[in-house]
Design a protein around this ligand. Sequence first.
Ligand code: SF4
Length: 218
Amino acid sequence: MKSIIINNAEIELDLNKIRRKIKINKNDPIDKDLIKLFNDIKKIANPKGIYIPIVIDDIGENYIKTKNIILNSRILRENLKNTKKFFPYIATIGSELEEWYQNIEVVSEQYISNIILQEICYIMKDMLIKNIKNNYDINSASSMSPGTLKDWKLSERDKLLQLFKGDEKRIGVKTLNDNLISPIISVYGIVFEDLNDYNNCRLCPKENCPNRSADFEG
Ligand code: SF4
């Protein structure tokens, strides 16, 4: 099956939501910097996303297998045991914003920009999920990412990315050492039809994550 790419997407950034994430209000002296960075970023933004439908060949006790690739995770297996396919995805800010971000030298501006760029990435991820739900007639979908849970190790990342068969390069994504990818501000994982109201954030211990959508339950 072929990869589906979203490029040049119109994104709606909400300035007040960014203020809440940075924990400032309109009267804060730093708000002027935020507005400038917000407008600069909006001018350059060209986030991108990719996903591919993958059919599951086999499900074991703690793994799922597709083609010659085995993904090892008990929670992944539980989430996919009643489905026939899943959708590896990557959402990225794109090389244009990555280059712009690398030239920011002031620490406070780096911090603010990072929050805005992460928000762009998550908006792109939501767009991919919406696209998957529409194209595959799925009512409820959730996602999982290697490395966010102890149960699904970050070292599984390369196996997941192999499923794109090089198509990730078409949106400028490259794998780097130490389980990183470029652009650095990118998110990736799988989307699946969710029959059990799963939320990865409930099991993810990451502290102070500005994108957390549910409390950590341990
Ligand atoms: S808490 Fe943050 S890093 Fe962890 S799964 Fe949720 S959004 Fe992802």
